[in-house]
Each structure stands twice: as structure tokens, then as C-alpha cells.
Design a protein around this ligand. Structure first.
Ligand code: PLP
Length: 235
């Protein structure tokens, strides 16, 4: 089968609507194959590096959940598009000193990964949904809490005002078998629910691996290029 994700640019490249339709179809197919209700799967379109105009086009095509990974860019876009009522998902690493600003525009933060960030996100005024990110590699620079420290971080989120825990987030490590990585996240999710029964969602699956993520129980997919096309190269 011809995979439009890997078709190089040019006149034959499918447009945004076609890519979105194709990805939605593949999600429905993977859900059916896994005997899951596609209605329980939220697709977040990751729009980082793309202009505001692309997000407006996505909105016109029925997309309500968008993801960004860089604070300044996300803040500017959320402000420019505030009239659209989109749900903004922050999926990148959050600097402690920017935490309050991120929670001002993001409805969901997918990358809570350390106690100091939990503390920086605390609020008595409003509540933000969050995922605790788990690191499946040995490289701390990848972001995410190491699995042995997961339970204590979950307890800290639960004990912090202004944070509602949704579940776990992870990125499949480069070069690893994604299905196996997502199975590990599923297990960690089961473990997490022993301390935090509310942590029932799993944010996992990107352009290259979302069908595998669906097979392992993903509830929130973070899909960029398969829908948006290649990201513009910034000079
Ligand atoms: C960019 C990004 C995505 C989307 O990646 P694609 O490969 O373009 O689908 C998902 N999750 C995170 C954390 C990202 O930074």
C-alpha cells in the first residue's frame, strides 16, 4: 500500500483534508481491529512549527484538539486563535519558570515529569488536566520520570491543588519496537492505577506508530506530520 506519510512533496502530495481523512480511517481501522470504540480515542494534531493558518484550516475540518511543544510558540498561537475554542495540549518539556504561563493557555499538559514541576504548576484558582510522562529510555534528557519514581510522582500530583491527573504519557524510544514500548506503558498504567485510580488515560502514539499505540490501549494520540505534512524547516 502506498503510504502518503512518506510520499515526498510535489504535486502528488495529498492535501490536508486527505491526510486527515486517511489518518482518521486508519485510527478507526486500528480501533476495530483492537475491538475498541474509536469514540474513546482523542486525536491531538501536533501543529508545532506550522503557522496559525494551518490550525485554522484544521479547525474548519473539524479538529478541536491541537498540540504544541514549545512554550513561546504555543502561547502566541493560543492567543491568536482564542476565538476558536480549541483545546490546547502542551506536549513538550516544561521549564519550571514557565509553568504558570503554560497552564494559563493549555487545557492539558502531557509532560509532567518531576516533583519541582508539579510544585510549580500548583494553583488554588483553577484546575488543569495533566499526564505524567514516563521515560522509557535510559537518557534523562528525553524527558519523563524514570519508572521506579513513577508512584511517588503520581502521589505528588494527587496531593497538589489545581492539577487533575488523567494518566500516563510516553514516547516510544527510537529504534525500539513501538508495540513493545506501548505494552510497557500499558503495564505502567495498570500499576499507576493502584495508587491513582483516576489515572485511566494513556497519551501515546505518533505519526509512525499510532496503530500500535491503539492496540495497546492509547486514549490520546499525538499525531503531527501524518496529518500536517512535513514541518517547515526554520532557518
Ligand atoms: C512532535 C511531537 C509529536 C508528533 O510527532 P509526529 O511524528 O510528527 O507525529 C508527538 N508527541 C510529541 C511529544 C512531539 O513533540
Amino acid at each position: 500500500m502506498n503510504d502518503p506519510d512518506v510520499v515526498p512533496g510535489g504535486p502528488a502530495e495529498p492535501d490536508l483534508r486527505e491526510r486527515l481523512t486517511l489518518v482518521r480511517g486508519r485510527i478507526a481501522q486500528a480501533a476495530a481491529f483492537a475491538d475498541r470504540d474509536p469514540g474513546e480515542i482523542t486525536t491531538i494534531v501536533v501543529t508545532k512549527f506550522h503557522p496559525v493558518s494551518l490550525i485554522e484550516e484544521l479547525h474548519a475540518l473539524g479538529v478541536n484538539d491541537v498540540g504544541e511543544n514549545r512554550h513561546q510558540e504555543a502561547q502566541a498561537k493560543a492567543e491568536a486563535l482564542s476565538a476558536l475554542g480549541l483545546t490546547w495540549h502542551f506536549v513538550g518539556q516544561v521549564q519550571g519558570k514557565k509553568a504558570r504561563q503554560v497552564r494559563a493557555y493549555a487545557q492539558v499538559i502531557h509532560s509532567v515529569d518531576r516533583p519541582s514541576l508539579v510544585d510549580a504548576l500548583a494553583s488554588d484558582e483553577s484546575t488543569v488536566d495533566c499526564f505524567v510522562q514516563v521515560n522509557l529510555t535510559d537518557d534523562p534528557a528525553r524527558g519523563g520520570v524514570a519508572p521506579p519514581d513513577l508512584d511517588s510522582l503520581l502521589e505528588r500530583v494527587q496531593a497538589t491543588a489545581g492539577l487533575r491527573l488523567l494518566g500516563l504519557m510516553a514516547v516510544a524510544p527510537l529504534g525500539a519496537e513501538p508495540r513493545r514500548a506501548f505494552a510497557r506503558v500499558r503495564e505502567l498504567g495498570e500499576q499507576a492505577r493502584r495508587v491513582a485510580p483516576e489515572a485511566k488515560f494513556l497519551s501515546m502514539g505518533m505519526s509512525q506508530d499510532y496503530p500500535d499505540a491503539i492496540s495497546e490501549g492509547a486514549t490520546h494520540l499525538r499525531i503531527g506530520t501524518a496529518i500536517t505534512g512535513n514541518r517547515p524547516v526554520l532557518g
